[in-house]
Write a protein that binds this ligand. Structure first.
Ligand code: F6P
Length: 369
């Protein structure tokens, strides 16, 4: 077993509250073992494009550098969800575009700088790259699951999710009073690219009257019935929470916003669409609000901060114990270690029989089905 002396950490994909707490725990736990710790800037860009960072694409993460960052949102390293190094977009001299695998450059950097292991903090995309680096180049990599969307398999939760749900719930609390004062329907759209976890949890906690999830294609007439039923019972306002990937039954299609060149396709607009249709069907005043990146910004809740610190320290402990090619995860009894091959490329959507969903149904919330 190779003795660890130098490690690097990177953050990839969309940011999530708690990233800085993981970085802090990794750097301090490494320093306490006498290891050097480095941070790669903006995913792997610090290695792939050193010129962009004036030679500082990979920075030393000393104890001083990470002091006092655990409660801060975002990531001190920066992150990116474009330019996956496994399929990097490139324009050939004849103007054609193709994709190339640049992961060899990352492996070569680690070898030439004698960095023994990588701690890769990210979602599905980053964990797939992590598994590829182990598989193809024999690199030592530990994954740390991150996403506000909570859609990663084999972990009870990802850090960032609780912060997103807490903020969205607070927004719903605020919208209740204004919706009630004006007898309006408020349609609120929240993030959740492949799964409706944020909408489900915030919707139930925040007392939404209808929740539309990508897992349950909705019938707008059913949602309108719910609004009408509430009015008939003297509750002349309603809150409808819509996950950005929700879609009407029969359509099978999410609503997409125009994407910038080179960026992943963006979801967005379903809230406005639902609001328009509800206005026509119910003849009520309807307003739509998109929470968008507000649910991803800001600092982590205490739960997310603690989870992130536990994940960071568990990742370093895993390396100290000689583990490789695993993801740290939150199990029911503590931190688990799961083979990367079991999580890479796997998505965890809301199971239709989960008790949280049943809770919503018991409370009379409409899911548009
Ligand atoms: O995966 C996290 C996430 O916040 C999704 O919920 C959302 O669809 C996406 O990222 C938005 O990405 P961007 O910041 O590129 O708009």
């Amino acid at each position: 077993m190779k003795k660890i002396k130098r490690i690097a950490v990177c953050t990839g994909g969309g940011d999530a509250p708690g990233l800085n707490a993981v970085i802090q725990a990794v750097a301090v736990s490494a320093a306490n073992r006498g290891w050097d710790c480095f941070g790669i800037r903006e995913g792997f860009n610090g290695i792939l494009f050193p010129e962009r960072y004036d030679g500082n694409g990979v920075i030393r993460l000393t104890r001083d550098r990470v002091r006092g960052i655990g409660h801060l949102g975002g990531t001190i390293l920066g992150t990116t969800n474009t330019g996956n190094p496994m399929s990097f977009p490139m324009t050939t001299p004849d103007g054609k575009t193709s994709e190339i695998d640049r992961t060899g450059e990352i492996a070569a950097y680690f070898a030439s700088h004698e960095i023994d292991a990588l701690i890769s903090i990210g979602g599905d995309g980053s964990l797939t790259i992590a598994e590829h680096l182990c598989e193809k180049y024999g690199m030592c990599v530990i994954g740390v699951p991150k996403t506000i969307d909570n859609d990663l398999d084999k972990t009870f939760t990802t850090f960032g999710f609780d912060s997103a749900v807490s903020f969205a719930t607070e927004c719903l609390d605020r919208l209740h009073s204004t919706a009630q004062s004006h007898n309006r329907v408020m349609v609120v759209e929240v993030m959740g690219r492949y799964a409706g976890w944020i909408a489900l949890h915030a919707g139930i906690a925040g007392g939404a009257h209808a929740i539309l999830l990508p897992e349950i294609p909705y019938d707008i007439n059913k949602v309108a019935n719910k609004v009408r039923q509430r009015s008939a019972e003297g509750r002349d306002y309603s809150i409808v929470l819509v996950a950005e990937a929700a879609h009407a039954c029969g359509s099978g299609m999410e609503i997409k916003a125009p994407a910038e060149v080179g960026h992943q396709e963006r979801l967005g607009g379903v809230g406005e669409h639902v609001a328009r249709e509800l206005g026509i069907l119910t003849h009520k005043e309807v307003r739509s609000v998109v929470l968008g990146h507000l649910v991803r910004g800001g600092g982590p809740t205490a739960f997310d901060r603690l989870t992130a610190l536990r994940f960071g320290s568990a990742a370093v402990r895993a390396l100290d114990l000689g583990m490789n090619r695993i993801m740290v995860a939150l199990g029911m009894l503590g931190v688990d270690y799961i083979p990367l091959s079991e999580v890479a490329g796997r998505m965890r959507t809301v199971p239709l029989d989960c008790d949280t969903l049943q809770t919503g149904r018991d409370l009379g919330i409409s899911f548009g089905d």
